[in-house]
Design a protein around this ligand. Structure first.
Ligand code: ATP
Ligand code: MG
Length: 400
């Protein structure tokens, strides 16, 4: 039996070629069959044509709409498994996630959505606004939340339009600059003890210490004990909950930890950063987990699900801790966590060795060098090759 995994890609080269290499090196899987990977090309498609793919990993549809419509077609008509489904991402962005998480009792900071600074381009606007738009006092809204606060687009992504607002002046400057973007004002969590960015792929989550003030290559710190076990579990649960709730299977989530409080501030990343030059030490984990989750979904014929069943989550009662435990059960049920772990043990026991041998060998080193050469200016090549080599050697050593 052969299974085809499609990659729908934009400009990335590092993780796709890593993914292709690891699947090739993994070879046929007993009781499951062989996996082929193919990069999806863009061309006219018949809505009734049968796709050849069992699963597609999408990194493109968030801005390129022709392939987005192809994804909807193969999911709706042919049950092709998607990471992630555009049905869940186009309708549910950061704002929807804030709402859901607030209703579920998570500690999302106070957030207000304000109307557009500049009107949307529509002939009906003037009449509608004159009749129905209430004048509002931006200063009063900000004072209610309290300074400092963050002003950021309701749908977020890539720090576009995000600003820290410390006073009235900055508030008006930021709002004037927001133009046609729709903005949230959000209470800032100040003086937090830790910033955790977790990357989730299916039933697995890697919680990493994040330093937003650093340049891209140094944002993730290699640090295994920066959270207490309890806070670590809470962060994992929150990430898994958000993902299971919205049926997102490849996503990152940001939480700020202050004292005993874990505050989620950012999720709904349809195309989470998995660049070798960002993840470095954690890159082999990401590739391995992506391979495992894809193989698991195809091998067990996991059914794509876009029905959200939100009321199962909303019906949960009890204290914060009791609800978290129940949410975790619901999320683990959605991700079939137990079945996934068992599957990986039975069928993918050799993957760890395959990836270790690959990362320690010359093929990975070539990928690293090529990635650095396409990412940084020439005078920085040597420095960054050594930087990332060091981090990946550390990963290899830690595996032993
Ligand atoms: N409520 C908050 N309290 C403290 N810091 C915040 C808050 N909201 C945002 N930030 C800071 O601003 C950064 C960008 O905000 P946010 O993550 O919401 O935007 P984004 O555009 O989705 O970013 P990206 O997609 O790059 O993760 C965060 O990483 C964090 O450092
Ligand atoms: Mg963010």
């Amino acid at each position: 039996m052969r299974h085809l995994i499609g990659l729908l890609l934009g400009t990335e080269e590092d993780w796709p070629s890593a993914f292709e290499t690891v699947l090739r090196r993994l070879g046929p899987i007993k009781g499951v069959g062989e996996f082929d990977v193919e990069r999806v090309t863009i061309e006219p498609f018949d809505l009734r044509a049968e796709p050849r793919h069992a699963l597609v990993i999408d990194r493109l549809a968030y801005w390129y709409y022709h392939p987005r419509e192809w994804l909807k077609k193969i999911s709706m008509m042919d049950d092709v498994y998607l990471l992630n489904s555009p049905f869940t991402f186009q309708s549910m962005e950061k704002h929807a996630a804030y709402c859901a998480m607030m209703r579920l009792g998570l500690k999302v900071p106070e957030t207000v959505l304000v109307p557009y600074k500049n009107p949307p381009d529509n002939a009906r606007y003037a009449y509608t606004a004159a009749r129905y738009n209430q004048p509002f006092d931006l200063d009063e809204v900000a004072e209610r939340i309290g300074y400092p606060l963050f002003m950021k687009p309701y749908d977020g992504g890539a720090w576009r339009g995000v600003s820290l607002v410390r006073d009235k002046d900055e508030l008006h400057r930021a709002y004037d600059a927001s133009g046609e973007m729709l903005m949230h004002l959000q209470q800032a969590i100040q003086g937090y003890d830790a910033f955790a960015r977790s990357l989730s792929i299916g039933a697995e989550t890697m919680v990493m210490r994040f330093r937003p003030e650093e340049p891209m290559h140094a944002r993730y710190a290699v640090d295994h004990g920066f959270l207490s076990p309890a806070a670590g579990e809470e962060v994992v649960t929150i990430g898994r909950l958000v993902n299971a709730f919205f049926r997102w299977e490849f996503n990152s989530c940001e939480t700020l930890i202050k004292g005993a409080g874990v505050h989620p501030i950012d999720y709904a990343n349809a195309c989470p950063d998995v660049a070798l030059t960002s993840l470095h030490y954690y890159f082999p984990w990401a590739i391995k987990t992506l391979v495992k989750w894809c193989v698991f979904c195809v091998a067990t014929r996991r059914r794509p699900r876009i029905d959200l069943e939100t009321h199962d989550y909303f019906a949960v009662t009890g204290t914060y801790e009791e609800r978290l435990a129940e949410y975790r059960k619901l999320a683990d049920r959605y991700f079939e966590t137990e079945r996934y772990d068992e599957f990986c043990q039975t069928h993918l026991g050799h993957l760890d060795d395959v990836v270790l041998e690959w990362v320690a060998g010359p093929e990975f080193d070539r990928l690293l060098v090529d990635t650095v050469k396409t990412t940084y200016p020439e005078n920085e090549h040597d420095q960054f090759v050594e930087h990332f080599r060091g981090l990946l050697r550390l990963w290899v050593k830690d595996q032993g």
